[in-house]
Ligand binder design. Structure first.
Ligand code: ADP
Length: 282
């Protein structure tokens, strides 16, 4: 059985609890024993499982089930957030996906509380939501660059926990994934963006300057994990040097979240026998 190549489930192997990200081996494949070829083969199989589960979630949403799943992706530039959106989320039915990316706040967003723009993009019942960056930027980039003073960002950890508690109580399962590549791997990926014309569009000169802040980001990520990995919304720490592993691992995390909803196909809201009889006559 292919699935046996997970010595430990991803939900277990990637839990943030007690982890020091400074010590993280970003080229590791926690819990997975197989190589790239095995990983890719398994991913093809598991993608189908994910797609079927997501269709069930969507079908239930159409029948009034208010529950949803929200994937929150955080990671420095080049960590591979876009690849997860394209390859993992791209493999499910797009009508069931609510995708949102959060960049530098617009002037209008700046006039509001930092959760204002987040609340507007929460997934509706039956949807698989995906946040490419999130409210966590407000304790990451904001902290690293002193965009607001500590007395403003410090209370945000507790506030975010309370906000997420509310989401969970309303029926949203959060899957929070923090992706990490090594500084060397980031350099390699940035170089590729400068060497290939089909990658120029992904390059931002600012990404080079941000490399100087790597230790500050590591610190900010560490505190984020310690303060906001909760029982109701745990963080998963994903070593992301190997794209095949990142994609497989996120697929497994989403499958787990969806399976925990114990979804069935919604029952018919009509008399099936009667409708069949009418169809034959039509
Ligand atoms: P990407 O670089 O991921 O393709 P964008 O360039 O649109 O996407 O936006 C990402 C940038 O927005 C990142 O540098 C990120 O740190 C910044 N950003 C996101 N949220 C905030 C925030 N709340 N405050 C300041 N900067 C933010």
């Amino acid at each position: 059985m292919m699935a046996k190549q997970w010595a430990r489930p991803a939900t277990d192997a990637l839990r943030a609890d007690g982890l020091r990200i400074a010590d993280l081996d970003t080229s590791g494949t926690p819990g997975f024993k197989g190589d790239k070829k095995a990983g890719r083969e398994l991913l093809a199989e598991r993608t189908q499982v994910l797609s079927d589960l997501q269709e069930k979630l969507y079908a239930n949403g159409r029948s009034g089930d208010g529950r949803s799943v929200l994937l929150v992706l955080q990671g420095m530039d080049t960590a591979g957030k876009g690849g997860i959106v394209r390859h993992v989320i791209g493999s499910v039915d797009p009508q069931g996906v609510d995708h949102a990316a959060f960049g530098v706040p617009t002037p209008e967003e700046k006039r509001h509380h930092y959760l204002w723009r987040i609340r507007k993009q929460l997934p509706r019942g039956g949807q698989l939501g995906v946040f490419d960056r999130s409210h966590y930027e407000d304790v990451l980039v904001v902290r690293v660059h002193n965009l607001v003073p500590p007395k403003v960002w410090e209370p945000r950890y507790d506030e975010i926990n309370a906000f997420e508690r509310e989401l969970v109580d309303e029926g949203t399962t959060l899957v929070k994934v923090a992706m990490f590549v090594s500084l060397d791997e980031q350099k390699r990926r940035l170089r590729e963006r400068l060497e290939r014309s089909d990658k120029y569009w992904k390059f931002n000169p600012n990404d080079i300057e941000e490399r100087a802040y790597w230790p500050a980001y590591q610190e900010a990520y560490q505190v984020m994990l310690e303060r906001t990995s909760t029982e109701h919304a745990p963080w998963y720490v994903l070593p992301a040097d190997h794209k095949w592993y990142s994609r497989l691992a996120v697929t497994e995390l989403l499958i787990d979240a969806l399976e925990r909803l114990k979804l069935d196909w919604p029952p018919a809201q009509f008399d099936v026998t009667e409708q069949l009889r009418l169809l034959e006559r039509a």
